[in-house]
Design a binder for this molecule. Structure first.
Ligand SMILES: [Zn+2]
Length: 201
């Protein structure tokens, strides 16, 4: 490789993306450079637009365009009395594509963990409690991962909701230990939803 700092910088950034190492980052950068007009130009524009206009909804944690109302919130045309709590948007997409669940989502944006700096405030748990109270929600499904962090987070949420009357349930046992929702196949996900267990109040 020649040492061209602009290219090195781009390779470094792209190799931070999920599933990509330095080798695939190099291939991507070469592809980009060889397709300046078809790829680099529109991609630069699209990235700028996303950077400027897309943010996380402070109410439900979903992504929204700053110029529109949030689709994931209670303002949407579908009214539900159920909220499914997930760690991230990829989890929501997996659950949606399995078609097992119709209701609102609440996206935490992470988990409570002692090993990272994720703050409880960032997980929008207060706004989850607000949503439950304001919208006559009857059930909250905790669909966090079967990891230590996921289960700690679920326990914390359960505790935060104890002063509401909402029914709280958890995806069924049978999720593989360490299983992250986004990596589950539809069959496992569907049976985990169908056999979800109510948690004692
Ligand atoms: Zn929202």
């Amino acid at each position: 490789m020649q040492n061209i700092s602009e290219i090195d910088e781009l390779i470094k950034l792209i190799s931070k993306l999920p599933g990509l190492g330095p080798k695939s980052a190099k291939r991507i950068v070469l592809k980009l450079i060889n397709n300046r007009e078809e790829l680099i130009k529109p991609m630069t524009k699209a990235l700028t637009e996303v950077y400027k206009n897309i943010s996380r909804c402070k109410n439900c944690g979903s992504l929204k365009s700053n110029s529109n109302r949030c689709n994931g919130c209670e303002s949407s045309k579908n009214k539900y009395n159920i909220i499914c709590v997930v760690e991230n948007i990829a989890d929501q997409w997996s659950i949606e594509s399995s078609s097992i669940y119709k209701g609102y989502f609440h996206i935490l944006g992470g988990t409570i963990s002692s090993s990272n700096n994720q703050k409880k405030e960032d997980l929008l748990i207060d706004s989850l409690v607000e949503r439950v109270k304001k919208n006559n929600i009857e059930e909250v499904i905790l669909a966090t991962s079967a990891t230590v962090e996921g289960q700690t987070t679920a326990f914390y949420i359960q505790d935060s909701l104890k002063n509401t009357n909402v029914k709280i349930s958890k995806l069924a046992q049978g999720l593989p230990v360490g299983g992250e929702i986004e990596n589950l196949d539809d069959g496992t996900l569907i049976s985990a939803f169908k056999n979800r267990q109510s948690l004692p109040k």
